[in-house]
Design a protein. Sequence first.
Length: 153
Amino acid sequence: MWQENVSDERTGAAADLFQLHAEANEALINGRIDRYLELITHSGDYTLMNPFGGAPSRGFVDTPERRDAMARFFKSGASTIEPVASYASGDLVVLVMIERQRVAVGDLGEQDWSLRVTQVYRRDGEGWEVIHRHADSLVTGISVQQAAALARG
């Protein structure tokens, strides 16, 4: 859970959203999908650029089958959110962070699964909904050659 001191530029909504994200992410990576979805609301126009690449997905499918699949994919782990920056303007807040996590995912055993993440929230009445998430696993830098190989597929 995010426990760092909040600087003046991260007061208010951004600080609250970093804390909410930390709690929701901990639930997600431990397969507690119902708790994750209690904490995080996805907008109808939600977009996701997931860490596996490919075309961005649009919308968030919330069915019992989807929840079961997510719970099987995310098995157990521990996460710490490292805030990098936050930006707030009107009804939008952007969080830039590193999700430092050690987790078992898919058929893989527990391992470092840290991600660089940008997440955008929009005010929805009294609360916030996530409208965009971009996550990648390039927390440790790679060479130009490696990046070119990834770009080529």
